[in-house]
Design a protein around this ligand. Structure first.
Ligand SMILES: C[S@@+](CC[C@H](N)C(=O)[O-])C[C@H]1O[C@@H](n2cnc3c(N)ncnc32)[C@H](O)[C@@H]1O
Length: 318
């Protein structure tokens, strides 16, 4: 399957057309995505497109609105990148302030969630981590390891939907601090993976006690949103059982309106994982500027997307 196999009127293509019409700066990048020869990528896009179309229709959301959300995400990120190049810092430093401005604002949260849903397929590294996640949960399912699952900060809910389809017999808990985000995740679950029981908890995960020692805790793109990511990682390490796993993604040198903690290197991310009492089983390191030699990444502040599957340090199982 290639892009040609996707209906020209598929909602994904209509959103992509609307993005380009409103933001010509995106055209070159989108052309390279549309030329992708990877059939698995196009199968995933087709499945996303089909379910997303139903979701948008059911909730009366226009294609142009999703395009605007995506373009806002790109514009906000570009502005943050310019500031970051000048100052070497992220512009937000307080969780309370970001929570007020972003997590509890319908407009900001919708833009973030719908924008990120599109970036999951349009941005090379976001798709790279999504692909890594789908592969990893497939391996855990094949090993029969996941009966209890916790996801923290599902946002657009696409990872959660993949997990629901993969671990069809597991018990699911989901925690998010934002009612808006949680509501959108619920819509996505109802449309993308109906018929599953999920316990949604509107809570700061630091106050979440949890129902059990989880077999898998998933926390994607949340750690860098915190003032104290190490304490969050310690909390997560305490939420898995002796044979449990943590799947996490985070990033270095990646300014965004809601990013607070600045990791400046892969080593800094790994150091927090180790300090939290976790051990990396495998990881994915994706630099945005992939032509720069690795030894120059830190000095040149190369943006890096990072994912890892971890277990408790010293655990004997694979
Ligand atoms: C950028 S989104 C990540 C969405 C999705 N996981 C992804 O990979 O794109 C961050 C999410 O984390 C949630 N969040 C941030 N801090 C949190 C906290 N302390 N406890 C629970 N959820 C939190 C936000 O409300 C938001 O839904």
């Amino acid at each position: 399957m290639t892009q040609q196999a996707l209906r020209p009127d598929a909602v994904f293509m209509r959103i992509v057309d609307a993005i380009q019409a409103r933001n010509p700066l995106q055209r070159k990048m989108i052309a390279s995505v549309l030329a992708r020869p990877d059939p698995v990528f196009w199968q995933r896009v087709a499945s996303f497109s089909e379910h997303f179309e139903q979701l948008l229709a059911k909730h009366g959301i226009a294609v142009e609105k999703v395009a605007d959300c995506y373009n806002k995400l790109c514009k906000d990120m570009l502005l943050e990148q310019i500031k970051f190049r000048k100052t070497g810092r992220y512009s937000s430093s307080s969780f309370a302030e970001v929570a007020q401005r972003v997590y509890h604002s319908e407009k900001e949260m919708e833009a973030m969630v719908y924008g990120l849903a599109m970036s999951q397929f349009l941005w090379r590294n976001h798709y790279g981590l999504f692909d890594y996640f789908i592969d990893t949960i497939g391996q855990l399912e094949a090993a029969g390891k996941v009966k209890t699952y916790l996801e923290i900060g599902p946002g657009h809910g696409l990872h959660l939907a993949e997990s629901l389809r993969t671990f069809s017999q597991a018990h699911f808990d989901v925690v998010d601090i934002s009612a808006i985000s949680l509501g959108l995740s619920q819509r996505v679950v109802a449309e993308f993976a109906p018929g599953h029981d999920v316990d949604f908890h509107l809570k700061d995960v630091r106050e979440f006690v949890g129902g059990s020692a989880y077999d898998l805790v998933v926390i994607n793109e949340v750690i860098e949103h915190l003032e104290d990511p190490l304490s969050m990682m310690r909390t997560i390490a305490g939420l898995i059982g002796d044979t449990g796993h943590v799947f996490l993604t985070t990033c270095a040198n990646a300014p965004s309106v809601d990013h607070i903690w600045l990791y400046d290197s892969v080593e800094a991310m790994r150091a927090h994982i180790a300090e939290a009492g976790l051990e990396i089983i495998h990881e994915k390191v994706l630099p945005v500027e992939d032509h720069i030699p690795r030894e120059e990444w830190t000095e040149r502040k190369v943006e890096i997307n990072y994912g890892a599957l971890c277990r408790r340090a010293g655990a004997k199982h694979v």
